[in-house]
Design a protein around this ligand. Structure first.
Ligand SMILES: Cc1ncc(COP(=O)(O)O)c(C=O)c1O
Length: 427
């Protein structure tokens, strides 16, 4: 930190436990005073252009006045009531609107509070879908190499061990089948052969459609999803699309499943659901999944109920976020961002140590051979006035859809400049 940190910083740092970092050797986090649109204003007065949108959540930029107004109005009326035995308009309106946005008969919305929990709920739904129909053998999942679905126990177990950062927990986690994505006919045949041997034990396949995010921002095309749908149908498996990252226009369509014309059986959403304002997640099921729970038998009910599910403030933010998607040209903005990312990052192709440059929707990725000093590289970006968080061998941009062309150009220029330097931490 360049100047004296604020009073709250040091005393708090001694007690807070931070994510994904060895705290003994880490560079100290940047103290933030406030956010504004696509800017993060640091306590010492510096302003950073945000290239990450706070782990891909703040799709309309920070502090959007329309979302803020909706949350403030809801706060004055009712911040929260439990959804057990009580109902409120924001949650019910949001459920109806999400169902209307989803393709096919994905129409039943279960609320929770984080992407990981949305995945847990999807997995419980899938297992119980079978149990409620008298099938007790289907308790395993097929997930995919490079995939990431969250940090809770059930979600960790369907992550690729390396991509999911959970190798340490091998032996503790339930074992599922981690397969290669069916990226061509050959790998589809391999997956089919695998399913020949184990389909009777599989509850569902789970995949991040079009982009495997935290596992390295790897893209696959829509054919992969169509093959998965065909295999799920052939072997009578449920198909779960984890759209926690891809949902809400990040890949260029409102949901990634739209691009493939595929209707999965269960979808998970979170991150941009509230426009990045408050924690909220949703697990959305097709009619046939819900129907397997609809019964005179109380034991057929889904026994899940996070305390803060359907939180009224979060649902008000999500409804306001959906209003913004309706009223403002978000999909067109994503298209423009896509073109600008492709243009702006193209010079990286000629830099030593760059393996690949790829863009999909509002996601721009520069894949490096290696990053030797991640902390140094991250710090260089801050020195350039941008907030960019490379991980693994990946430098990526996932800006807010409302970012000004000039700010986006500064982000891509910073990537080109820093990756072109010796001593920036990449070699
Ligand atoms: C595809 C996907 N699923 C699940 C999660 C977990 O979400 P959360 O961090 O909100 O628990 C993430 C988080 O990055 C994700 O990208």
């Amino acid at each position: 930190m360049e100047e004296k940190p604020p009073d709250w910083y040091e005393p708090g740092l001694r007690h807070v436990w931070l994510p994904y970092v060895q705290m003994k050797t880490m560079r100290e986090p940047l103290a933030v005073a406030r956010t504004e649109g696509c800017r993060i204003v640091l306590d010492d007065g510096r302003e950073l252009i945000d290239g990450v949108a706070s782990w891909w959540t703040a799709c309309h930029g920070y502090n959007h006045p329309y979302i803020r107004g909706a949350v403030e109005r809801q706060l004055a009326v009712m911040p929260h009531v439990m959804l057990g035995g009580l109902a409120h308009e924001q949650a019910y309106a949001l459920a109806r609107r999400l169902a209307a946005l989803m393709p096919g008969d994905l129409e039943r919305v279960f609320f929770s509070d984080s992407g990981s929990v949305a995945v847990e709920v999807a997995m419980k739904m899938a297992v119980q879908y079978w149990v409620n129909q008298g099938v007790r053998t289907r308790k395993t999942f097929v997930a995919f190499r490079g995939g990431y679905h969250g940090d809770t126990t059930g979600a960790m177990a369907v992550c690729d061990v390396e991509a999911g950062m959970h190798a340490l927990f091998r032996g503790f986690l339930p074992e599922h089948v981690i397969a290669d994505l069916p990226v061509d006919e050959e790998s589809a045949a391999a997956l089919s052969r695998l399913l020949d041997t184990c389909a009777s034990e599989i509850a569902a396949m789970i995949v991040e459609p079009l982009v495997q995010g935290a596992g390295g921002m790897r893209f696959h095309d829509a054919d992969v999803l169509r093959r998965l749908r065909a295999l799920a149908d052939r072997y009578e498996l449920l198909l779960i699309f984890d759209e926690v990252f891809t949902g809400f226009a990040r890949t260029g369509t409102m949901f990634a499943c739209e691009a493939a014309g595929v209707v999965p059986d269960i979808v998970t959403l979170s991150k941009a659901l509230t426009g990045g304002t408050l924690p909220l997640a949703a697990t959305i099921a097709r009619r046939k999944v819900f129907d397997a729970f609809w019964s005179d038998d109380p034991a057929h009910a889904l026994m899940h109920g996070p305390t803060f599910m359907g939180n009224a403030l979060a649902c008000a933010a999500a409804n306001a976020s959906l209003d913004l998607f309706e009223r403002e040209p978000r999909l067109a903005q994503v298209k423009d961002i896509s073109a600008a990312l492709a243009r702006g990052l193209a010079p990286c192709r000629d830099l030593p140590g760059v393996k690949d440059v790829r863009v999909l929707g509002a996601i721009g990725v520069v894949e490096l051979e290696r990053i030797v000093d991640l902390a140094r590289l991250r710090a260089r970006f801050v020195e350039e006035g941008v907030f960019i968080r490379p991980f693994g061998t990946t430098v990526y941009l996932t800006p807010a859809f409302t970012i000004e062309a000039e700010d986006l150009a500064k982000l891509t220029a910073a990537v080109v400049k820093v990756l072109g330097e010796s001593g920036a931490g990449i070699s």
